[in-house]
Design a protein around this ligand. Structure first.
Ligand code: AMP
Ligand code: MG
Length: 494
């Protein structure tokens, strides 16, 4: 039952207050025997919460949904979405609940939400639950992305429910507590555009401007500028993903935030050998969400957002379409600008070079990686090693591969000297370690099959410090055996 709980967070819930009709008030389904699997103490403190209170029995009861913390007003949010290109008018929080919002220690408003807390009015045929493996996977990968400096939702806690979840086999159930700048998605706009019309879309847009784009409040064309602002954050986000080999895996419009954070770590994975066609998701048969397609898909998703905003952009539909189209046509160029900045960082180039030439230098390096089926992360890190005075790893990777010596000579000529600041930036652009698929699977299997959390904790610790080389952790930098990668598949966390 949902007994009252201690005051864990200083909730202040604007979504509930300002946007009635945009959600359904709902309660989590209590767990039969909650136990804390993982608590993010640092994030808890950032949110103004006491980690010891959260880890105490009453805190764990709250993190399982058995007690509603004081000040929380749990809701299931309504949203729609284009999934693999087809429109689903009614998605919504089918296994998630927003508990409420807090202001963190940096003054930022953050959502605190559950995933796996039981059925809601949006559950359709789903059970509203989350298995322990996918919850730990989201925890691991979202925290890894955060450590890489990439905007992302965070993971505050994983609690095992003590109940089993039916999937292909019976699996232990869990509740993940997710923290986000907000959970407003492209699909949230699509829902209200499809079901309620422009005035409700305007309320949502005004809410989003106040919360995420306050600088637009005084704009003469706030809704077009909002589209531009969202597109700009997405352009940068995608470029950052590309820079670490991240493949989201299910870039449906309901999985694209308005805030510019990465959200929904279902079938995501990191690429090892460089190939833009890389796709791991078991349900992505046509490679729609492959590594190299992500910028195109983001643009496609933004076009769906633009359609939802048209009536706000201009009362004259033709004019609204023309303005939105002009803006979105420039999206690939915006991604290219951010991509070049990412690649300059990775190659250790200052920004004195000619953009076209630097882009070509990056493209040519990627072509060498693809031809040699070389590991993306390790190859770039080896470039950093060269710059830092150790040419051995790069030589070991490329040997006398055709074209490599010529490329290396061009690279060296382009930036013969790197001042300390540039070298530091280069290190920060080239992680030493990423969440490699076989390591993630190994950690989750130990947790789920044997309740052994040691590999998970160990991997998490390694991923929380991705830029510094540590000889003792070298095994975590090794790519998966080729036969593992060849048949590696990820699954939606349902
Ligand atoms: P996702 O693929 O996780 O982005 O989810 C897409 C939609 O399916 C969202 O509306 C989810 O709330 C819903 N959903 C996913 N898994 C479940 C589940 N186990 N039970 C109910 N709804 C679910
Ligand atoms: Mg989703």
């Amino acid at each position: 039952m949902n007994a009252p709980a201690p005051r864990l967070f200083a909730f202040d819930n604007t979504y509930v207050r300002d946007l009635e009709n945009f959600y359904v008030r709902w309660k989590p389904t209590p767990a039969s025997k909650p136990s804390l699997i993982r608590l993010n103490a640092g994030l808890a403190r950032e949110l103004g919460a006491d980690p010891a209170l959260l880890a105490a029995p009453e805190g764990v009861e709250a993190l399982a949904g058995n007690r509603i913390p004081e000040g929380a007003e749990p809701i299931a949010q309504a949203y729609a979405g284009h999934q693999f290109g087809g429109f689903s008018p009614q998605l919504g929080d089918g296994r998630a609940l927003l508990l409420g919002e807090v202001i963190d220690s940096h003054g930022r408003r953050r959502d605190i939400a559950f995933k796996g807390s039981g059925r809601t009015p949006f559950s359709r045929n789903g059970d509203g639950k989350c298995a322990l493996g996918p919850a730990l996977r989201e925890y691991l990968v979202s925290e890894a992305m955060h450590a890489l400096g990439i905007p992302t939702t965070r993971s505050l806690a994983v609690v095992a429910t003590g109940d089993m979840v039916r999937r292909e086999r019976a699996l232990p159930g869990a509740v993940l507590t997710r923290v986000a700048a907000s959970h407003v998605r492209v699909g949230t706009f699509e829902y209200f555009a499809a079901h309620q019309g422009p005035e409700q879309v305007r309320r949502l847009a005004d809410y989003v401007i106040a919360r995420h784009y306050p600088e637009l409040a005084a704009s003469a064309q706030p809704y077009l500028d909002l589209l531009a602002g969202i597109a700009e954050r997405q352009a940068e986000l995608i470029a950052r993903w590309l820079g670490v080999g991240f493949i989201h895996g299910v870039m449906n419009t309901d999985n694209m935030t308005i805030s510019g954070e990465t959200i929904d770590y279902g079938p995501c994975a990191f690429m090892e050998a460089y190939d833009p066609a890389t796709v791991f998701s078991s349900i992505d048969h046509n490679g729609r969400y492959a590594y190299g397609n992500q910028a195109d898909i983001a643009q496609w998703n933004l076009a769906r957002l633009a359609e939802s905003l048209l009536a706000l952009i201009d009362a004259d539909t033709d004019r609204a379409v023309a303005r939105a189209t002009e803006l979105l046509t420039a999206f690939p160029e915006r991604v290219a600008v951010h991509w070049l900045a990412v690649m300059r960082g990775k190659l250790g180039l200052d920004d004195s070079g000619q953009a076209g030439e630097d882009s070509q230098l990056a493209e040519d390096f990627l072509a060498l990686l693809q031809a040699g089926k070389l590991d993306f992360t390790n190859a770039f890190r080896a470039l950093y090693d060269v710059a830092a005075g150790n040419p051995a790893p790069l030589q070991a990777l490329f040997g006398d591969a055709a074209g490599f010596a010529a490329w290396r000579a061009r690279w060296q000529a382009r930036q013969p000297h790197r001042p300390d600041a540039l070298l530091t930036a280069m290190q920060r652009a080239n992680p030493w370690v990423i969440a490699r698929n076989h390591r993630v699977e190994e950690a989750l299997a130990a947790a789920v099959d044997r309740m052994d959390l040691a590999p998970f904790e160990r991997l998490l610790a390694v991923l929380q410090n991705p830029y510094a080389a540590r000889p003792g952790d070298i095994a975590y930098t090794e790519p998966a055996p080729a036969e593992v990668t060849a048949c590696y598949q990820t699954f939606c966390g349902t």
